[in-house]
Design a protein around this ligand. Structure first.
Ligand code: ADP
Ligand code: MG
Length: 869
């Protein structure tokens, strides 16, 4: 490691002479002044720190534009270059002085780490299997000490150089408009992207990168790929289009020893037809000049070409290419009207040196344990990585950060909720629960038993339970909820069970009445259609505590509903309620235990993201004896097969559902479509059977009537919009025909399919539709192959993305910049584990003040500030 490879003196001299001669871009023997400087700064000595090397690269870039600059701009650039050289040279010399000391430093540290129990030398890392966040590890956790976040091997050097850089580089809070490289005008334009300060720019991650690092020969170009080629200019013309005076064309023909290509640039606007401008363009690419060109290869009428490539004139063919766009992995930023890619890239390179001010909030021990790069390196490389490996490491670290702070926030919320220790302590074993087990005509599945144990364990504690039970349709969630409710009642508390629709609430009620009668317990149903007199009676009995359990819809959260002693709240299909509605039911007691249930399982990444503050239990086993539902995807040409099957089944005394999705934008048209279909089916297809119609615009009394007729087999075929998705339970129904199946999510289809297969007979599900493409068809095929709600949800997310899968639930989904809930599950699991470990050591984060500050900042950004409320 010597600094022989850079001729400091020659550089300083060139700068001095250029200044003396009045910034004319002197022509030397081999190069112009600007070319020489560009080349020299383009190859910073290896002894410099990352930040300084970046500063050099930036200098190189600016000298590449030297020929276009005004006198003043040239003057200030030359001055900046002299300053930069001066400081780098100092550092480089100091490095020689410190090299020895650095080695000694490492030696002593190694001895300390080997556990020679010298008391004055705290061990650098603990040797337990988890990452060392122990209280003895204070030195790793005190982020205010800047030495700690420097790489070990060059502690002294980096400290020195970053001291220098900290003086040089603008602060993170510096407004962009105050940076000379950006200025007021560009600063205002960047503000359109929400970029006001240096920090904003550093954290403005590219949404993608294009790899131009691949250098190819002209004969090897292939359309559709991005590539860099180096060739000599054979011809260069710049002219106004003969057909359009407002359009100017720059045409360059490049050749290498394998062929040639023609590259065209089009400039729209009168000012480009100016002769002087056109001549200037031509001068940039004189015949014989060596040019590197990077871009997307595409077909044109002259053969293959590059689409608006970035160009860089090189000194000679073997020269290294040093540019923001040519021959490297180029960042692609989200842009907006009037803000160009070059401007953002320039802003980023201007901001990068300020990374020296950024301290890593993650303790080094944690980073090392999971193999994450330091935050400065990550941010530098997410913008301008040297290669795809560096990019991948940077991305992994920053994705971790996004997940980690979210998990930390969720766990902190959970921690705070658990500080309230005044919930009802419920007795898990007692008369009622025992009696109920005896009443059950079946044996609980292993999964049910396990989940019941989870719940009863929670209820024993004075910390409020907050548990989500996920389980497929028919997995037996109701029984589980009843056990919890009975535990509350036998301990002298009341319970409330809320469902999203009247149909579902009534069904729960009917089931519960049966069991509660046998247990000699009263239970009531409260919905929007409960008559006023009945409602008053219920209100009164709740307030006196006479009524131990109330089942119902949103009607439960009205002000007049007052419980005497609410100990447990159960919410079915919890995702159909808003956060506010759930909270209002909870407020009817003094921090009651909360049990939420859902039959629409979501993939693990989504569950961690949305419900990271809940405990989650899964009923992943169906009661024995359930038949597999025979599922087939049909095109609408095969409609006759579907009708034949329905005919055959109904003729044998079975029943069938035909579900129509919402197709039109307007509810009126939808309704008309459903009514038309119903009439067609009744009159011309199945005149020999009774057909019923169920849709969302009916009053609940009418709905009840239709459902009751179907339940009693008065109607054999039920035509319905998706209102039957939850709550209709008719074991005699064996066919589910779903029209336009491609319009539904897989989980929703799975739910609909769950309406059949409830009895002993073989059931069928027919998914009819015209998927637009092969992917859409493959998606439906998942249902032919699987009956596992978790597997189906996972597949659905891969096909359609997390937002679509969540549907109305996506409101709670954070706005990740880099992280993908589809591809980054492994990093999410690590983030969860790390957050759990941090919480274990110090839930208040007092020990890690930087981390706490970052958490507050991130959480607000990620969740739009909503989740903390
Ligand atoms: P879901 O999870 O969809 O709410 P339910 O609780 O409605 O499912 O249960 C579906 C049906 O299965 C009900 O008729 C219920 O009585 C029955 N069931 C529940 N658990 C078992 C079991 N362990 N063995 C047999 N049948 C069961
Ligand atoms: Mg249920």
């Amino acid at each position: 490691m010597t600094n022989d490879d850079i001729d400091w003196l020659r550089l300083q001299k060139a700068l001095a002479v250029e200044a003396e001669k009045g910034f004319v871009d002197l022509v030397g023997k081999q190069y112009r002044f600007s070319e020489f400087l560009c080349l020299s700064f383009g190859k910073p000595p290896a002894t410099l720190s990352v930040e300084e090397r970046r500063r050099w690269q930036e200098m190189a870039m600016q000298f590449a534009e030297y020929h276009q600059m005004t006198q003043e701009e040239r003057q200030s650039l030359v001055a900046a270059a002299r300053r930069c050289l001066h400081l780098s040279q100092q550092v480089s010399e100091q490095q020689h002085l410190y090299a020895l000391g650095d080695i000694e430093d490492k030696e002593t540290r190694r001895q300390g780490g080997q556990g020679s129990n010298s008391s004055h030398q705290p061990p650098a890392t603990s040797h337990s299997s988890d990452f060392p966040l122990s209280s003895t590890g204070v030195q790793m956790c005190a982020p205010t000490d800047s030495r700690i976040i420097q790489p070990k091997t060059s502690t002294l050097v980096s400290t020195k150089s970053s001291e220098i850089n900290q003086r040089l580089a603008p602060s993170l809070e510096q407004p962009l408009t105050r940076l000379p490289e950006i200025g007021a005008r560009r600063g205002e334009i960047l503000a359109k992207l929400g970029l006001y300060t240096v920090r904003d720019v550093l954290l403005y991650y590219p949404r993608d990168h294009i790899n131009y690092a691949r250098q190819v020969k002209i004969c090897d170009l292939e359309a559709g790929e991005t590539a860099t080629l180096v060739g000599t200019v054979k011809k260069c013309q710049c002219f106004t289009s003969p057909r359009n005076a407002k359009l100017s064309i720059l045409e360059i023909v490049l050749k290498d020893n394998t062929g040639q290509i023609r590259i065209n640039y089009f400039f729209a606007g009168g000012r480009y037809s100016h002769r002087g401008w056109q001549e200037q363009q031509k001068r940039k690419y004189p015949p014989g000049a060596v040019v590197a060109a990077s871009g997307l290869v595409k077909e044109s009428k002259y053969g293959l070409t590059l689409d608006k490539p970035a160009l860089e004139v090189l000194a000679h063919p073997g020269d290294t290419i040093d540019s923001l766009t040519v021959g490297r992995v180029v960042p692609i930023y989200p842009l907006t009207e009037g803000v160009g890619a070059d401007m953002v890239r320039k802003a980023v390179t201007t901001a990068l040196p300020s990374l020296v001010h950024l301290k890593d909030p993650l303790p080094k021990a944690l980073r090392d344990y999971y193999g994450f790069v330091e935050v400065r390196e990550a941010i530098a490389n997410i913008h301008f990585p040297a290669d795809t490996d560096a990019l991948e490491l940077a991305r992994r670290r920053l994705v971790f950060d996004e997940f980690f702070y979210l998990q930390l926030g969720l766990l902190q919320r959970q921690y705070k909720a658990r500080q309230i220790a005044n919930s009802a302590v419920l007795s898990p074993s007692g008369q009622l629960v025992e009696k109920f087990y005896q009443l059950l005509p079946f044996k609980l599945t292993g999964a049910q038993q396990r989940v019941i144990n989870d719940i009863l364990n929670d209820l024993k504690k004075s910390v409020p339970m907050n548990r989500l039970v996920q389980g497929d349709v028919g997995s037996g969630k109701t029984v589980v909820a009843v056990v919890a409710i009975l535990a509350a009642i036998q301990s002298g508390y009341q319970g409330a069970l809320m469902a999203p629709t009247e149909v579902l609430a009534e069904q729960h009620y009917r089931k519960l009445v049966g069991w509660f009668n046998l247990l000699h317990l009263p239970v009531e149903l409260l919905t929007g259609s409960t008559p006023a007199a009945k409602r008053r009676q219920i209100h009164a009995q709740l307030e006196t505590g006479e009524l131990p359990l109330l089942v119902g819809t949103h009607a439960l959260i009205q002000d007049k509903v007052i419980f005497q002693r609410l100990g447990l709240v159960v919410i079915d299909e919890q995702h159909r309620f808003g956060v506010g509605q759930r909270a209002r039911l909870q407020q009817k007691g003094e921090s009651p235990h909360v049990l939420t249930m859902t039959a629409t399982p979501i993939p693990r990444t989504l569950a961690l993201t949305l419900h990271g503050d809940l405990d989650v239990s899964q009923i992943d086993e169906l009661p024995p004896g359930r038949q597999k539902i025979h599922t087939t995807v049909l095109s609408s040409k095969e409609r006759s097969h579907a009708y034949e099957l329905i005919l055959r089944e109904v003729a044998q005394g079975r029943q069938a559902y035909i579900v129509l999705p919402l197709v039109e934008e307007s509810e009126k048209l939808d309704l008309k479509a459903a009514v038309d279909e119903f009439q067609k089916l009744q009159e011309s297809i199945f005149p020999q059977f009774q057909v019923g119609l169920l849709h969302g615009r009916m009053s609940s009394a009418d709905k009840d009537e239709v459902i009751n007729l179907f339940r009693d087999n008065q109607t054999q075929i039920l035509v319905s919009t998706t209102v039957i998705e939850v709550g209709v339970d008719v074991p005699n129904a064996t066919v589910m025909l779903i029209e336009n199946a491609e319009r539904f999510g897989l989980s929703q289809l799975h739910q609909l399919r769950g309406r059949v297969g409830r009895g002993a007979a073989q059931s069928f599900c027919l998914l009819m539709g015209n998927p637009k493409n092969e992917t859409a068809r493959q998606r439906l095929k998942v249902l032919e192959e699987s009956q596992d709600g978790f597997f189906i949800a996972e597949a659905d997310m891969r096909f359609r993305g997390p937002g679509e899968v969540l549907g109305m639930r996506q409101a709670g989904l954070p706005d990740f910049t880099l992280a993908s809930l589809i591809d980054d599950q492994a990093v999410l699991e690590i983030a969860r584990e790390a957050a759990e470990k941090v919480m274990e050591k110090d839930p208040t984060l007092q020990r890690w003040s930087l981390m706490q500050a970052e958490l507050t900042y991130r959480y607000q950004k990620l969740m739009g500030g909503t989740i903390l409320t």
